[in-house]
Write a protein that binds this ligand. Structure first.
Ligand code: FPP
Length: 254
C-alpha cells in the first residue's frame, strides 16, 4: 500500500478516539543513512520530508497538533559539521515551506531557547510564527534547542522573580501557573508520543507535558516512518485504556 492510498482516515481507526496532540521523537536518521551507504545528513534531509508528510496526515485525519523534537539542548555535542548542516536545513526548510504551510492553515510554533540559534534562523522562526499565528487547521510545534529540565527551571525562575517582585505569593504557585510559564503554554498536552528507531527513552522531551501521554515505540527508523506506520501507531493508541489515575470504565461483571 502506498502512502497516497491513505488520504482519508483508515476505516479501522475510530475518528472519535483520536489523539488531539501527537508528539514525535524523530530518531534514527543517521542510522538510516548509514544503512543506505549515505552520509548522516542525508537522513536528516529525508527526515524533514517525513515530518512534512506526517503533518499533512494529521491535517487529513483530524489531529489538531503535532510536536516534533528537532534539536535538543544536548545535540550541540554532535560534530560541528552536522550541527551546522541542521541549522542551515531548518532555515532553508522554513524559507521553502512557509508559504505552502500558511496556505494549508498550519500554525507554526517553536519551543526552546531560540536566542542561542544563528540570527538568520531566529529571524525566519519569528517570521513564521507571526505570519501563521491566526491559522487554525493544524498546529505544528518544533522543539529546537529545547530541553525539558531547562524549560522547567526557566519557569521556576520566572515564577520566583514574580514572587520576589511581590506580584505573587508562594501559596498562589500551582500547576496551572507553572504551565503558563512553559514554552508550550496555550496548547494541549500530548496524548501520544511516538519514538522511532527502537530507543525507549524520553531524552528530556516534554517531561511535564507528557505526564499522561501514551508512549509508542517502533523499530522503524524515522526516514521510513510513513502513513502506514502512523496508522499502526494510532491503532495501538486506541487499544490503550487511558485512566488518568482513575479506575477506568466500570467492569460489566463483578
Ligand atoms: C535524530 O536522528 C534526528 C535529529 C537530531 C534531527 C531531526 C531533524 C529533522 C528531521 C529535520 C526536521 C526539520 C524541521 C524544520 C523541523 P539521529 O541523528 O539521532 O539518528 P541516529 O540515532 O541514527 O544517529
Amino acid at each position: 500500500m502506498t502512502s497516497h492510498t491513505l488520504k482519508t482516515l483508515p476505516t479501522d481507526v475510530d475518528p472519535h478516539n483520536l489523539p488531539k496532540h501527537v508528539a514525535v521523537i524523530m530518531d534514527g536518521n543517521g542510522r538510516w543513512a548509514t544503512c543506505q551507504g549515505l552520509p548522516r545528513v542525508a537522513g536528516h534531509r529525508r527526515g524533514a520530508k517525513v515530518l512534512k508528510e506526517l503533518l499533512r496526515c494529521c491535517k487529513d485525519w483530524g489531529i489538531a497538533e503535532l510536536t516534533a523534537y528537532a534539536f535538543s539542548t544536548e545535540n550541540w555535542r554532535r560534530p560541528t559539521e552536522e550541527v551546522d548542516f541542521l541549522m542551515v536545513l531548518f532555515e532553508r526548510l522554513l524559507r521553502k515551506e512557509l508559504a505552502e504551510m500558511h496556505r494549508e492553515g498550519v500554525r507554526v510554533n517553536f519551543l526552546g531557547d531560540l536566542s542561542e540559534l544563528p540570527p538568520s534562523l531566529q529571524a525566519e522562526m519569528h517570521r513564521s510564527m507571526a505570519e501563521t499565528a491566526n491559522n487554525q487547521a493544524v498546529r505544528l510545534n518544533v522543539a529546537i534547542n529545547y530541553g525539558s529540565r531547562n524549560e522547567i527551571a526557566r519557569a521556576c525562575r520566572q515564577v520566583a522573580e514574580q514572587v520576589h517582585r511581590g506580584e505573587l505569593t508562594p501559596d498562589s504557585v500551582d500547576e496551572k501557573l507553572v504551565e503558563q510559564h512553559l514554552y508550550t503554554t496555550g496548547g494541549h498536552d500530548p496524548d501520544l508520543l511516538i519514538r522511532t528507531s527502537g530507543e525507549k527513552r524520553l531524552s528530556n522531551f516534554l517531561l511535564w507535558q507528557m505526564a499522561y501521554a501514551e508512549m509508542y515505540f517502533t523499530d522503524t527508523f524515522w526516514p521510513d516512518f510513513d502513513r502506514t506506520a502512523f496508522h499502526q501507531a494510532l491503532l495501538a493508541y486506541q487499544n490503550r485504556d487511558r485512566r488518568f489515575g482513575g479506575v477506568g470504565k466500570p467492569a460489566l461483571t463483578a
